[in-house]
Design a binder for this molecule. Structure first.
Ligand SMILES: *Cc1c(COP(=O)(O)O)cnc(C)c1O
Length: 320
């Protein structure tokens, strides 16, 4: 049955002793239940955080030391580089590398499968052969399509804000660890620094996970169909699609053309983020600058009928 939502911040001691739950920053029933469910899906031990970005911060601060070096996949989520740059003030160093090749010398390797928004896949064998621990951000793949711990990775990072919660109404992150002692370390760090998940968000994650498979498989089916049709469209110069998942990036000839497309849809919402039931589209150049072409549009396919989305896209593409 449904896990009841428990917003308590304190629970009574048990005959004077500290029980499983006592103060919400240290842990709460909805968080623990969602961690069990996600851990099972990814085949490891899950630790939730207040956001995907809080999870990223926790991994590097809890597991590295000042002046340690992260090899970061160059096409990885824009915000990951922003976080590492911010932490540069505290001595964190990071180098960008091409994740389809061998990672350079580093204390931590950070790959993303598939990368957002370029949608390239990492070379898992090359990453796993590296002596440093490997983190794989699998936000866009979800455990339905990919279980990175089975490909030699040590940590899976999820922005659970996206597909896992799945409805654009919960901000949450997670790290799934191969080793129980790493999960223990991350929990201690979370408690010490306060990046704890909200019970409401954890409850929504658990709710979202119940439909994860049907949502993601349907989104993949629609995204495959749209990627194929976009490839045949005369206004589209390039389609980036790894063959699975609900994200499709495609390029039109210029920045103004991309803007005409994103502002020309009706059913598809012009907004950031991804992984919801509602399809969204945006140009990424507004956020990422010259890391991405001005004409690149990222489409996050939701649960609407494919035909409805295609009609909307072709109408918008006609404005270019
Ligand atoms: C959104 C996102 C993040 C950051 O997660 P937040 O929950 O927004 O903090 C990290 N990685 C990827 C791939 C993302 O799409």
């Amino acid at each position: 049955m449904e896990e009841p939502l428990d917003r308590s911040t304190v629970w009574p001691y048990v005959d004077g002793d500290v029980g499983s739950f006592y103060y919400a920053r240290a842990g709460h029933p909805n968080g623990a239940a969602a961690e069990r469910a996600l851990g099972e899906l990814d085949g490891g031990e899950a630790v939730l955080f207040a956001s995907g970005t809080a999870a990223t911060t926790a991994i590097v601060l809890a597991l590295l030391e000042p002046r340690k070096r992260v090899a970061l996949a160059s096409g990885a989520y824009y915000g990951t580089g922003v976080t590492f740059t911010e932490l540069g003030r505290w001595g964190l160093q990071h180098d960008l590398f091409d994740q389809t090749a061998t990672p350079p010398e580093a204390d931590l390797v950070w790959i993303e499968a598939p990368s957002n928004p370029h949608l390239t896949m990492p070379d898992f064998e090359a990453a796993a052969a590296h002596p440093a621990p490997v983190v794989c951000d699998a936000t866009a793949a979800t455990p339905i399509h990919l279980r990175p711990l089975e490909h030699g990775c040590d940590f899976v990072l999820h922005s659970a804000t996206k597909y896992l919660a799945g409805h654009h109404d919960a901000l949450l992150g997670a790290v799934v660890c191969r080793r129980a002692e790493d999960a223990e370390r991350l929990r201690a760090f979370r408690n010490a620094t306060g990046a704890a998940p909200a019970p409401d968000a954890a409850w929504l994650l658990l709710r979202g996970l119940k439909t994860l498979e049907v949502r993601v498989l349907r989104q993949t089916e629609t995204a495959r169909d749209l990627a194929e049709r976009l490839r045949g469209h005369p206004a589209v110069t390039l389609v980036r699609y790894p063959g699975f998942g609900g994200l499709v990036s495609f390029d039109v000839e210029s920045g103004p053309a991309a803007r005409a497309v994103e502002t020309g849809t009706r059913a598809i919402v012009n907004a950031t983020s991804l992984g919801g039931t509602q399809t969204t589209i945006e140009t990424r150049h507004r956020w990422e600058g010259d890391r991405v072409p001005e004409g690149l549009l990222r489409l996050s396919v939701g649960l609407e009928p494919a035909e409805e989305l295609w009609v909307d896209l072709t109408n918008a593409l006609a404005r270019t």
